[in-house]
Design a protein around this ligand. Structure first.
Ligand code: PYC
Length: 319
C-alpha cells in the first residue's frame, strides 16, 4: 500500500451540482498564467482529471477544481475547473463550491476573496449566512438569432453567448423544462450541439460551443425563468449554472429587458435558484451570481498501481 498514489479531495454541491476540489496530490503545473497551466494539465496530466472525475471513483456529473498558487499574490488562489470530458474556462457553481470548501477548511472568513481562473479574475464574497456571491468575468452576446437545422427537430434559433464558457441560448424549442423530461432535453441539446458544429457556428476565435441552455417558464413564483443546461459531454447541470446565468444576464441587459442592478432569479432543473444581477463597467456587462454550497465529503483517493481502472473507465474500458 506504500506505493499507492494519494489525492486529497473535498466534495460539495451547489444547488444540487457537485464540485470536487483537489487539495493535495494534484499535478505540478508551474507558476505561469492559469491558461498556460490549463494547457499543461490537458497535455501532460489528463489521466489525473480522469482519475478524479470518472467512475469508479466519481461520475459524469462531477466538476473538479484544482486549487493552485495564484499568479497575482494578492489573489487568494488560482482555480482550474474540469469535468468528465475536458476543461472549463470558469464554473459558477464550482466557484461557489470552492469558496464553501475554503471556508470549511478555515482558510477564509466571511468577506471578499479574488480568485484567478484561466479566463479571468472572479471576485467572491462569502456572506455570514453561508451564501456566496461571485462577480464573474465580463459576459457578452457574440451573435443573436442564429438558426441551425437540428436533426429530428427542424430549425432551431438561439444566441451565441460568453459567460465564462461558450453557450447557445434557446428560448423556442417546443419542450417542457421539467425533471421528468431530462432524457428528451438531453437528446435535444446534444442534437443542437451537433448541428452547431456541423454548421460551423462557434464562439470567438472558432471556440467550440460546448454548453447548450434551454429556457422555459419558472415552476415557482419566486423565479423569473427555468433552465436546462447541457454541459460538455452528456451530463446536465443540476444547478441553474452560474456561467449560463451570466450568459442569460448578458442577453437581458443587451436587449434592455433587465436594468443594471435589477435582480433576476434563475431556476434550474431541480427547482433550485441562483439570484443574479449585472452591472456595466467600461461598456462591459459584469454579472454577479449568488448561491450556496454545502460540504458533502472529505476523502483521500487511492490509486493502486495494480488497478487497471485506476485512471477511470470510459465506455466500459480502462482509460
Ligand atoms: O455553474 O457555471 C456553472 C457550470 C458550468 C458547468 C457546470 N456548472
Amino acid at each position: 500500500m506504500s506505493d499507492f498514489q494519494r489525492i486529497r479531495v473535498l466534495d460539495s454541491h451547489t444547488a444540487g451540482e457537485p464540485t470536487r476540489v483537489i487539495l493535495t496530490g494534484g499535478p505540478e503545473l508551474g507558476s505561469g498564467p492559469l491558461a498556460d497551466r490549463l494547457r499543461l494539465f490537458r497535455e501532460r496530466f489528463d489521466d489525473l482529471r480522469r482519475t478524479v472525475i470518472l467512475e469508479p471513483r466519481g461520475s459524469d456529473v462531477l466538476v473538479g477544481a484544482l486549487l493552485c498558487e495564484p499568479v497575482d499574490r494578492t489573489c487568494t488562489a488560482g482555480v482550474i475547473f474540469f469535468n468528465n470530458v475536458g476543461y472549463l474556462g470558469m464554473c459558477g457553481h464550482g466557484m461557489i463550491g470552492v469558496v464553501a470548501t475554503l471556508a470549511y477548511l478555515n482558510r477564509i472568513q466571511p468577506g471578499e476573496q479574488t480568485l484567478e481562473t484561466p479566463v479571468g479574475r472572479v471576485v467572491t464574497t462569502l456572506q455570514a449566512d453561508g451564501r456566496v456571491s461571485i462577480t464573474n468575468v465580463p459576459s457578452y452576446r457574440l451573435a443573436k438569432d442564429i438558426t441551425v437545422p437540428v436533426e429530428g427537430h427542424g430549425d432551431i434559433t438561439g444566441d451565441v453567448v460568453w459567460g465564462g464558457n461558450w453557450f447557445y441560448l434557446v428560448e423556442r424549442h417546443g419542450e417542457e423544462i421539467s425533471f421528468a423530461n431530462v432524457e428528451r432535453l438531453t437528446a435535444l441539446c446534444c442534437a443542437i450541439r451537433d448541428a452547431l458544429a456541423r454548421s460551423g457556428v462557434a464562439g470567438a476565435n472558432g471556440a467550440e460551443i460546448d454548453h447548450i441552455e434551454l429556457f422555459g417558464p419558472p415552476a415557482t413564483a419566486a423565479a423569473d425563468s427555468k433552465n436546462f443546461v447541457l454541459c460538455p459531454g452528456r451530463a446536465y447541470d443540476r444547478s441553474p449554472c452560474g456561467t449560463g446565468t451570466s450568459a442569460k444576464l448578458a442577453c437581458l441587459l443587451s436587449d434592455g429587458k433587465l436594468q443594471p442592478g435589477q435582480i433576476w432569479r434563475q431556476e434550474g432543473i431541480l427547482g433550485t435558484i441562483f439570484e443574479g444581477q449585472a452591472t456595466m463597467r467600461n461598456d462591459q456587462i459584469i454579472p454577479t451570481i449568488i448561491g450556496r454550497g454545502y460540504i458533502t465529503a472529505e476523502a483521500t483517493l487511492l490509486l493502486d498501481p495494480a488497478d487497471p481502472f485506476r485512471h477511470g473507465i470510459i465506455s466500459g474500458e480502462p482509460t
